[in-house]
Design a protein around this ligand. Structure first.
Ligand code: HEC
Length: 104
């Protein structure tokens, strides 16, 4: 019985944290993918992105290391995001991209 209030509290904290992404009910990483411009250059169904400048990430299905490297360094026509995101933010975004790419 004593676990119940705790569970309810954890639930609320989770909701508040999710809401920090920038309003709306969207996944904050989807918003990030759009606001950083990834979506205008890449196709990624999980982010409703249909960009065609860079490779289609659903087809490419890069692993997290490859995404992290590319987002950090840029290259081949893609800007580096080193100055806009911390290494931790890049890693979080990279893991998410690697997880959702090709999954829809
Ligand atoms: C201005 C357009 C542009 C933007 C913005 C952009 N990319 Fe790219 N991206 C490219 C191009 C072009 C390539 C191909 C680079 C190459 O072939 O060397 C690429 C390559 C990649 C790759 C492939 C790496 C590999 O293993 O080959 C990944 C993953 C990637 N981008 C993710 C992202 C993410 C995540 C963002 C947002 C933080 C982003 N891109 C923003 C144009 C863009």
């Amino acid at each position: 019985m004593s676990a119940r209030p705790l569970a309810a509290l954890a639930c609320c904290v989770g909701l508040v944290a999710a809401g920090c992404g920038g309003g709306g009910s969207k996944d904050p990483r989807v918003e990030q993918f759009a606001s950083l411009g990834c979506a205008s250059c890449h196709t990624l169904a999980a982010a409703d992105a249909t960009g065609r400048v860079g490779p289609n990430l659903d087809t490419l299905r890069p692993d997290a290391t490859a995404v992290e490297r590319q987002v950090t360094r840029g290259g081949g026509g893609m800007p580096s995001f080193r100055g806009r995101l911390s290494p931790a933010e890049i890693r979080t975004l990279a893991r998410w991209v690697a997880r959702v790419a090709g999954r829809r």
